[in-house]
Ligand binder design. Sequence first.
Ligand SMILES: Nc1ncnc2c1ncn2[C@@H]1O[C@H](COP(=O)(O)OP(=O)(O)OP(=O)(O)O)[C@@H](O)[C@H]1O
Ligand SMILES: [Mg+2]
Ligand SMILES: [Zn+2]
Length: 152
Amino acid sequence: MRELKITPIKNGTVIDHIGNGLALEVLRIIGVGSLDKDSTVSVAIHVRSGKLGWKDIVKVENMELSPRKVNAIALLAPTATISIIRDFKVREKRTVDLPDRIVGVLRCPNPNCISNQPEPLESEFEVAERRPIVLKCAFCERRVEDFRRHLA
Ligand SMILES: Nc1ncnc2c1ncn2[C@@H]1O[C@H](COP(=O)(O)OP(=O)(O)OP(=O)(O)O)[C@@H](O)[C@H]1O
Ligand SMILES: [Mg+2]
Ligand SMILES: [Zn+2]
């Protein structure tokens, strides 16, 4: 491992190749506040990268990401790779894939949508277009392009 900017971790998750400046969005998705108190989170912003020019990196001890969080990272930081570290070694490494549906990560911008009513339903969006990304609410069909503004 040539990268020495962040202390190695024994067990946890490394989210690498995050597009420059997107680490804070990734931290929001992870929900750093909800991690157990023994988990150190290391963040490197604006790191030189062969592939990307510049990138961000997030390393979280003692945590593995739920599939839902991986989907959210795929939406907001599509170049990210996710490595699972066990006993200081990379046990598994994968790139993220934009799924067909995004559940529970974003809020529908339509105030009248059933997903926003007093007894709210979990939000659900279909990925209607991929380039550029357009999402469509599964309940009210509202199209959403500026999804970064609608993180729940
Ligand atoms: N024990 C560890 N603690 C913290 N981070 C680690 C540890 N081992 C590997 N990593 C990080 O996990 C990621 C994947 O590790 P790997 O050794 O596969 O990286 P790499 O050779 O730089 O490959 P690539 O950049 O193509 O994903 C890298 O970001 C690396 O810095
Ligand atoms: Mg590398
Ligand atoms: Zn809606």
